[in-house]
Design a protein around this ligand. Sequence first.
Ligand SMILES: Cc1ncc(COP(=O)(O)O)c(C=O)c1O
Length: 467
Amino acid sequence: MPENWSSSRLDLHLDLAAEGGRRARLEAALREAIRAGRLTAGTPLPSTRGLAQELGLSRGTVSAAYDQLAEQGYVITRPGAATRVADVARAPRPEPPQSIRPGGRIRHDLRPGRPDLSAFPARGWLAATRRVLDRARPEAYGPGDPQGRIELRAALADYLGRTRGVLTTPDRIVITSGYYQTVQLLCRVLLAEGRDVAALEDPGHDFYRDTVRRAGLTPYALPVDAQGADTGALAVGTDAVFLTPSHHYPTGVPLHPSRRQAVCAWARAAGGLIVEDDYDGEFRYDRRPVGALQSLAPEHVAYCGTTSKTLGPALRLAWTVLPPDLVAPVVRAKEEDDLYTETLGQLVMADFIATHAYDRHIRAARLRYRRRRELLIAHLSAHPALTPHGVPAGLHTLVSLPHAGPTEADLLTACADRGLALRGLTELHHDPADSPGGLLIGFAAPSERAYPAALDALCAVLAGSFR
Ligand SMILES: Cc1ncc(COP(=O)(O)O)c(C=O)c1O
C-alpha cells in the first residue's frame, strides 16, 4: 500500500506493507527509507499530528512508531523539537561509472571535444537567470515555441552575424537540444523528401555517422586530405554533405577556400544541402577564425552551432540557421520529436549573449585553451617522431604516429594503464582498415590545476613508448 506523505518540508514515498499492524507497518517503512538513504541524516520527520492526518492514522500510532525507531537508533527525538533522522550507516550508493575500459578509472581526462567544465561561468549564468526570472511574465513558464524563443533567436542572429559572419534573421533559426538533435531533424526532413544519400567526412565523428545511418540515410565516405574534405569526390546523386569546415573533426584542418567555393557550386547545381557543423568555430588561436561557410551560400547551407563546447553539453542547447524552404519542415519535425527545447534555459542564454557575458566567457576560454595547446605542442616536440596535425584551434590535436614504433592500440593501452583517457583515430574512419593510426589529444577537459599533471602522465607514457 504505497502512500505519499507531504509536510510543509518534504515529500516522501512510503511503502506501507500490506501485512502487520499499523504501527509496525509505518515503522518498517520509515526504517527502510532511512536504511536505503532516501531519508538522510538530519532530515526532520513531520510532526506526529501532521503525519497521522496525512496517512489516516491515529497520532498515538505515529508516536509509537517514532519511539520504536528512536530506541533502535534510527531517529533522534528531543522534547520540543522535530524528530530527526540519525546518522546510521547504510549501504553505499553506487559510484557513477567513469571507466575508460572495464576496471579502469579516469585520472587524467585528455579526451577530445570536451570543454573545461570547472570553468563553467556559474556566476554569470546565475546573474542572467536572476535577471530573466525577475522580468519573466507568466507566459515564460508556459508552453514554448517549437522554433525556439524569439529572444534567443534574435540574440543569436546578432551574435552569429557578428562573430561568425552568418547571414541570417531570427526567423531562419531553429533552436534544438544539441547538434545531435539537429542532425536527426535534418535527416528526417531530407528522408521525407526522398533525399537519402549523404556524404560524410572520412575520418569523421563516428557518433554522428551512426546518427545519420540510424535516421535512415545512406552515408558514404568523403575522403579528407590536407585541404579538408575532398569536395571533388562528391558522388552523383548525393543529396547532402555533412562538413566541419572551420576545423575538420578530427584532423583539425580548415576547408581550403577553393573547396569552400566548390562545395557551394555543387549545392547550387545539384540542389544539395550542406550541413555545416561549426562545433568549435569560436576557438581559433593564431588568427581570427575563418567565417562560416554559410555566408557563401545561405540558401543551401544548414549552419549548426552548439553550446556543448563553449559552455557544456549539460545545457542541451544548440541552433541551426536554415535555408528558407527548410524552416517550416524542420520546425514541424522538432514539434513531432519533443515539442520544443526547454525554454527558461533559452531565455537565460539569450540574456547571456545580449549582455556579452558569452563573448567574455569565450574570450577567456580561448586564451586558456591557446596556452594549453602551446604547452601540449611544446611537450610533444620532445618526440620528433610524433606529428601534430591541423591549425591552432579547437579543443584537441591529432597526432599521427611513425610507421615503426608502438601502434595506436599499444599507446591507448599504455595510457589506460595510467588512468589517462584520450581517443584513437582508427574508430573515426569509416573503414578502420584505412586508418594510419593516431592519437586525439584533448587539451581542454581538465581544470587549469589538473592539466599539468595530465600532460606529465601523457609524457611519461610517450617517453616509455618511444625510447
Ligand atoms: C564534431 C562535433 N560536432 C558537434 C558536437 C556537439 O554535439 P551536441 O551539440 O549534440 O552536444 C560535437 C560534440 O561532441 C562534436 O564533436
